[in-house]
Design a protein around this ligand. Structure first.
Ligand code: IYR
Length: 221
């Protein structure tokens, strides 16, 4: 068994007024994040994406085993394969597989099986969740709370991309196993979602939705 060396915490204590201002500023900024379905093909430097993935990789996670993998896709032929694979699944989803109740819930958003953004946007970040690692000697290392860990990391990635001036779309064709084959990932990695990232199209439109107010989402005890 090994134990970590424990080192002093680097903690930036702020003045309470500063804390209040920062919390409000952050809320104002993240409130403007919107899920975008109309992307521009405008170039985005990869360093921005890499910094955001680095940020995601700092997420809290089970036993610090970091049960994630991020496939950063820019190659047009791979994007095209992903679009084809996703549209096959989505066509089934929208034309019989999805229960009517689900389709009714989606109807106001106007989503359908056509996913041109998978080829237009400059980046697809495919996030994989790993139930375990396989070491070169064949041994396996079990991971803990992979779903929670990868969910948190993905939230941080979306937030980092937003703070970096980029629009995103969380896309979840179901099932997503076709991504393992296209991206050459081992079968113990499970596709979690495709995060589409880039500039929005000049004429991008989003639905006029609202978020629940604090008193509907929080209680005090
Ligand atoms: N995966 C499909 C369907 C879909 C499901 C939910 I829940 C959404 O919030 C949006 C879409 C698609 O991407 O179209």
């Amino acid at each position: 068994m090994h134990t970590y060396q424990f080192v002093p915490l680097q903690f930036n204590e702020m003045q309470p007024q500063q804390m209040l201002e920062n919390s409000l500023e952050f809320y104002k900024s993240i409130q403007c994040r919107r899920t975008v379905r109309d992307f521009s093909d405008r170039h985005v430097p990869i360093e921005i994406i890499e910094n955001c993935v680095r940020a995601a990789g700092t997420a809290p996670n089970g036993a610090n085993l970091q049960p994630w993998h991020f496939s950063i896709v820019t190659d047009p032929s791979i994007k095209s394969q992903i679009r084809q694979g996703a549209e096959i699944e989505e066509r089934e989803f929208y034309n019989g597989k999805a229960p009517q109740e689900w389709l009714d819930a989606l109807a106001p958003l106007g989503t359908d099986e056509h996913k041109p953004f998978l080829e237009i946007a400059p980046y697809l970040i495919v996030i994989f969740s790993k139930t375990h690692d396989e070491l070169p000697d064949g041994k396996t290392v079990k991971h803990y709370y992979p779903a929670e860990s990868v969910g948190i990391a993905t939230g941080m990635l979306i937030t980092a991309l937003h703070q970096s001036g980029l629009a995103t779309l969380t896309h979840t064709p179901s099932p997503m196993k076709f991504l393992n084959q296209i991206l050459d990932r081992p079968k113990f990695e499970r596709p979690f979602l495709i995060l589409v990232a880039g500039y929005p199209a000049d004429d991008a439109k989003v639905p006029n939705i609202t978020k629940k107010p604090l008193d509907e989402i929080a209680t005090y005890h």
